[in-house]
Unconditional design. Structure first.
Ligand code: FES
Length: 101
């Protein structure tokens, strides 16, 4: 199972293929905001993918539209509720102002 590691804390979880980054955060005990409940209607789950970006699920139009509203948008930005892992390990950085644990 692929491992998803969250920075800066360094907590991680091994998750099933197809799990979202948000699912992985919950499994790892990492607080990742998800104000819309995970339906790509906000940007609170915005994360930067530091490793494994190419292995994640494709960005759908709805995610792409919302991402454009995210503070700190970068080429490695994804919405945690929409990006799903495949077989490779992934390293995720949560923007610092939203870390609650
Ligand atoms: Fe709202 Fe991911 S939780 S877009």
């Amino acid at each position: 199972m692929p491992k998803v590691t969250f920075l800066p804390e360094g907590k991680s979880a091994e998750v099933h293929r197809g799990s979202s980054i948000l699912d992985a955060a919950e499994q790892a005990g990492v607080e990742l905001a998800h104000n819309c409940g995970g339906v790509a209607a906000c940007t609170t789950c915005h994360v930067w993918i530091e490793a494994g970006l190419d292995s994640l699920s494709e960005i759908e139009d709805r995610e792409d539209d919302k991402l454009n509203e995210a503070a700190g948008l970068a080429p490695n930005s994804r919405l945690g509720c929409q990006a799903c892992v495949a077989d490779e390990d992934v390293v995720v950085r949560i923007p610092g102002n939203r870390i609650a644990s």
